[in-house]
Design a protein around this ligand. Sequence first.
Ligand code: ATP
Ligand code: MG
Length: 601
Amino acid sequence: MRLSQMLFVTLRDDPADAEIPSHKLLLRAGYIRRIGSGVYAYLPLMWRVLQKVSQIVREEMNATGAQECLLPQLQPAELWRESGRWDTYTKAEGIMFALTDRREQELALGPTHEEVITMIARDMIRSYRQLPLNLYQIQTKFRDEIRPRFGLMRGREFIMKDAYSFNADEESLKKTYQDMYQAYSNMLRRSGLSFRAVEADSGAIGGTGSTEFMVLAEAGEDEVLYTEDGQYAANVEKAVSLPADAENSPFTSYEKRETPGTETIEKLCDFLKCSPTQVVKNVLYQALYDNNTTVLVLVSIRGDQEVNEVKLQNELTKLASEYGGNAVLKLIVPDADAQKKWAAKPLPLGYVAPDIADDYIQSTKDVAPKFLRLADKTVVDLKNFVTGANESGYHVVGANWDKQFTLPENIVDIRKARPGDRAIHNPEQTLKSARGIEVGHIFQLGTKYSIAMGATYTNEQGEEKPLVMGCYGVGVSRLAQAAVEQSYDKDGIIWPVAIAPYHAIVTIPNINDAQQVEIAEQLYTELNQAGIETLLDDRNERAGVKFKDADLIGIPYRIVTGRAIANGKVEVVERKSRNSQEIHITEVVSTLKGWISQAVS
Ligand code: ATP
Ligand code: MG
């Protein structure tokens, strides 16, 4: 392709609305253009990158025996009602774009395709002989993200590869999952990314095990906790660890103390001269279930620990049926305004005890009359602890479970693991923290969708069984931008060779020099014929401008038909290392071929 004929517009300055380097660079280098919030046009250079990523993804998927298809983006609400996700996705998370057509039928723009694929499986899979099966597609997804940002990283319209497997049993699912794990590792390695596979939370999608593939980069929205022995890595949402040991309590007898102005743990511990590990902190949450029931949740956790709200939400989802619901729509720490809806009298916030009376709740038909009391594991073994006295300005010290307080029945792990915590698999290892960009997520779904939607098959014994499912996503457009986030310098993008829009760019320093032009044209033709995807900068611009642009757009090899042509040579510069060497014109094609095949192997 000739730059003189391309839509080629680069910007010298950083665009005002871009925050992270990869977003700035893709805009400046003319790869993408913002059309609206979270909505971008992929311009020709970007589209080539996306197609390269897609092709790598496709090859790795095909190698596992998965089959490509294309599912509809317009999805009938009926399907989502069958799976029970219509309300969660349109109201709770509100992430799905829903619309009503001219016949008053409700539809959604696909944020994901479990429902559609399960419908197909229900209709078409009859027998164990058809299993296992893995179908995938590469397609635009729509999600009404609360905070679209960072360009392609979190768009409202983005490209995803999603795959769905159907297996006869858990064992077969595990095998497919393992194949996907390997395929994902291959995709990311081949795309030139440095990444980590981590244990992940399964979120609203449901199911059991899941792994996220994180591209390591400072700008990542996710925190990963890992150990240096390589035995453990998890998203902080999911991570577990051993908490620090609790210190022995200095309080030997139970008493109520006046503790004015100590509504935070720090102030309390200063005042009482004790360690936060001797305090039972009681945190109030307000959960809204999908049947419109509000439940007040009191979490008792050790004073030095924080609540992991993802884990808490998962526990509340498990308890949903006790309140007649299926899912948690909203989970908040209720502020004064939220308390108005249910508080019968002002709460002694900051001084709450595990046994705060239920008559603080003004029960209505939509508000559960009792606190749901949950104890994090960290409080179970505490002796002579400090906690609130249910009266503003007062705490109790020297308290014990089974004496002054009853340990809640629901004992759960809802603490946030932190860097520096000891690892469970080996307490000599401590957790370290890194930032990551989630580019892929693989799930063992189990039978959640197949049972909800009645997708069954007949096994060898002639029994009808629900299909066991897995699902596997890769953010193709996010991955492409993540590659930039991991690889750039002050002058621009440095594409990994495997996903660069072009391998090489031939730059003519002076287009008025006939010999420069002739050699450039000849190399441009030969390189392309040899399968080396090459650009020709034949614009009537100064050499300096052309070099700057070539650096900015990040093409791996630049060939300059400058002074060296007098000796039958051209200058070849590698973008990544900036190494420059003069190579005989006749050897350019073979040299580049060698470098490229080495770089993508
Ligand atoms: P996140 O936690 O980042 O919102 P997710 O858990 O919602 O991601 P999945 O539903 O598992 O993501 O989707 C599969 C993949 O699609 C993700 O791993 C990610 O790479 C990509 N992806 C998800 N949401 C977006 C988005 N808004 N923009 C771009 N890519 C996305
Ligand atoms: Mg999301």
